[in-house]
Design a protein around this ligand. Structure first.
Ligand code: ADP
Ligand code: MN
Ligand code: MN
Ligand code: MN
Length: 356
């Protein structure tokens, strides 16, 4: 008998949160596929996903990994949400990404990597911020060591280990520019056997967010994905998204990247609309961002919308970094939008994606 943690995205708008509940299931030891798990229902009226009079929604497990918190033969099951008729629920943004992949994006063998920034809060103040007043200005905190500048490392480290134990495609971590702010990356890392495809990486990012919130909970701290948790002269939190196709990675692929840039420039507004709640507070043109009203592509430029990293420029092939998404963006929507734009997926589909 195993504990299965069913995890899903709720109906909070515009930023969806995570919910989870546990069920004991008999499974074969050692290995578990999503198809082997039963569907399960939940009360959608308590999650913003249904009305009280017709409240049943269903959970369909789609991605299963080891449960590193319970250990043993216990599993985390990320789910898609279905409405009472068994159709995909309107809040099920994973289906949006599947639609784009099926509409032709899949054949381009895209890989993706997310840099998830987050802020650790206690009593609504970031760790490292005194109860009254402010810490010393930004400068010493990014990638820092020592107790007077790195705040919350125990949480960041515990989270890293849990992601490893779960078998997530976890790339690394670092302390960020604002005190109490950290980053971890999920996605392509050049390891044999990894699956850096869009759907898998997005699933893993949601699972990694779940694990982070569980670790924070254990420490009596809140892990916030707010875009701009502290107003004023403090960096916001982003979800830089690194993206490549088979053609971009092949010799001379940098030309495919420049071609993608042109399409990205034309679709700037559609991208901004799915890149996170209150994004305008973060994309000001200051604090390593480009203004929300402007599209700027740049080599090695951290004030650009899209950056081509130095190594990619030198190699003449590789990937680009979209620096616009906010920390609270939904990776399914970001990946769907990027794939639709870069691979020029049919307008009708793109419209459906943007509206979803
Ligand atoms: P930064 O210099 O912007 O802080 P990081 O070192 O934090 O970058 O993260 C690099 C990111 O790039 C990781 O998420 C990784 O998965 C991603 N990445 C590297 N190569 C590729 C590639 N070929 N395609 C897609 N993503 C990639
Ligand atoms: Mn980074
Ligand atoms: Mn960062
Ligand atoms: Mn980055």
């Amino acid at each position: 008998m195993s504990f299965i943690e069913y995890i899903w995205l709720d109906g909070s708008a515009p930023t969806q949160g995570l919910r989870a509940k546990t069920r004991v299931v008999t499974v074969n030891p050692g290995r578990l596929d999503a198809e082997d798990l039963p569907e399960w229902s939940f009360d959608g009226s308590s999650t913003g996903q249904a009305s009280g009079s017709n409240s049943d929604c269903a959970l369909q497990p789609v991605s299963v990994v080891r449960d590193p918190i319970r250990g043993g033969d216990n599993w985390l099951a990320l789910c898609e949400m279905l409405d009472a008729d068994g159709a995909s629920h309107r809040s099920n943004t994973r289906a949006v990404l599947r639609t784009v992949l099926d509409a032709g994006a899949d054949k381009h063998e895209a890989w993706i990597g997310f840099e998830q920034e987050y802020t650790l809060l206690r009593d609504a103040r970031p760790l490292g911020f005194p109860k009254d007043g402010f810490p010393a200005p930004q400068g010493p905190y990014y990638c820092s060591v020592d107790a007077d500048r790195a705040f919350g490392r125990a949480i960041a480290e515990e989270h890293a280990q849990l992601c490893q134990d779960a078998g997530l495609i976890y790339f690394g971590l670092n302390a960020e520019v604002m005190p109490g702010q950290w980053e971890f990356q999920i996605g392509y890392r050049g390891v044999d056997g990894d699956d850096p495809s869009l759907l898998n990486v997005c699933d893993h990012l949601w699972l990694a967010r779940y694990l982070l919130q569980r670790v924070a909970e254990r420490h009596g701290v809140t892990a916030s994905f707010d875009n701009k948790p502290m107003k004023g002269d403090w960096n916001g939190a982003g979800l830089h998204t690194n993206f490549s196709s088979a053609r971009m990675r092949a010799e001379g692929g940098v030309n495919a990247i420049y071609k993608a840039m042109k399409r990205l420039e034309r679709s700037h507004a559609q991208h901004i609309s799915v890149y996170g709640e209150r994004l305008e507070e973060r994309l000001t043109g200051l604090h390593e961002t480009c203004s929300i009203t402007q599209f700027k592509a740049g080599d090695c430029d951290r004030g650009a919308s899209i950056r081509i990293p130095l190594g990619v420029k030198r190699a003449g092939a590789g990937y680009f970094e979209d620096r616009r998404p906010g920390a609270n963006a939904d990776p399914y929507r970001v990946a769907a939008r990027l794939a639709a734009t870069v691979f020029d997926i049919d307008d009708a589909d793109a419209a459906r994606i943007a509206a979803a």
